[in-house]
Design a protein around this ligand. Sequence first.
Ligand SMILES: [Fe+2]
Ligand SMILES: [Fe+2]
Length: 459
Amino acid sequence: MSPNLRHALQKRMVHSCDLCVQKRDKVILEAWLATCVAVTLVDRQAGVGGLVHLLLPEPMCSDIAFVPATYASTGLPLLISQLRAAGVALERLEACVAGGSLVAPVSAHDMRLNIGGRTTDVVLAILAQARIPVIKEEIGGYGHWKLSLDCSSWETSIAPLWQPGQDPPLRQAMPDLTPDGIGRAIAMVRPIPQVALKIIQMTQNGDYAMGGLAAEVRQDQFMSGRVLSLCNSAFLAHRGHIDSVQGALTLLGERKFVQIAMAACLEGMLPESPLGYSLCRGGLFHHALGTARVAEELARFTGRADAEVAFTAGLLHDIGKIILDQYLAASSPYFYRTMHTGGRSLFELEREQFGIDHADMGRRLGEEWALPDNLIEVISHHHDPGRATLNQELVTLVYLADLLMTGFQPGCSLEGMNSAQLEAHLGRVGLTPEQFPVIADRMPRSIFSYKQHLEGGEV
Ligand SMILES: [Fe+2]
Ligand SMILES: [Fe+2]
């Protein structure tokens, strides 16, 4: 395709648990996939196509709001019926299917659970029953895929998200972080805002007497702007527009307001670039926010930690990346390619390239900021909760939230979670591997529709 034509195309992300039906137009529908499965269906003659981005094979919980596009068993029939309503003929439909991967590094538990594989099985059975041919597929395996449907030509492409064909830069080109350099890099990071430290203290003590917090947020124009933009984002799914800090406090309540103010503090500190740990602008913040929401939900579900502390811990777990992101950006093809081809963990690569991994870098930054010990422990051991000694349950909840976000939200943060000890980790918070799909089903849907960061513009 010529660069000029590509420039004229609008890209539209189809997030997990969502679908889109589109008539012929200069639009590309796109889904980023790891464990999730996406299906495109096209009737070229009618000039209508669609894409559905499925999270799970079928509903697992009865006590959460039912979103049909979440599940293969309901989402794919829904796409077919919407396409038929838009004028397609069932016998002319062609399908492409991608995703359903096991997220590396692969463990026996991944094989046993294989949520993506089961979602794929349901998809293929529905397509077979409807006699819809699959003309292109990239399913299973260990890859992260980008499925794109060009609605001007009805071409579907399935490409690796990590661009593994790119050659890694030479080892000598990597920037080095000497022990002295690490100290200097930490000193150069903007200090954590006082208001964030105050919020962390409030959360630790379970004391939500607002005191001067709202006034402090209101006085800081930049901060109040961020708070209001988060209040009105899909993250909260709040009905109606909130246009003042006081309005946010009144409508959302103190605890939610405190969470949002904390998230706003972190948003200002995390790198925005799509060149380092994240493949999309603002992806690190999206990952942090999603991990925080899932950790909070898991804390409520298991009763093993304070939900507000779990939220803050989830928000802060990857702060080491604030410093390492710029270093990784210089060598990201090497990281993405090496991790994609397997065999090396993110920590191993970070230690090899920078002399320090992002958990240890985060611990040092957390100590510099004088964060409470339980949060520093989460930051230090969020990839290996068995090593925690102070509050293993809190660290485990954040680990599980991180694992879920990594499996279902590819591209937001290079993380390389290890699930080899999953059964032991789940057991520590009173869960079984059989409950894992149920936990996935309980993930707050709003984390998939935090559109402002993932939505593409012109391509
Ligand atoms: Fe991490
Ligand atoms: Fe993470």
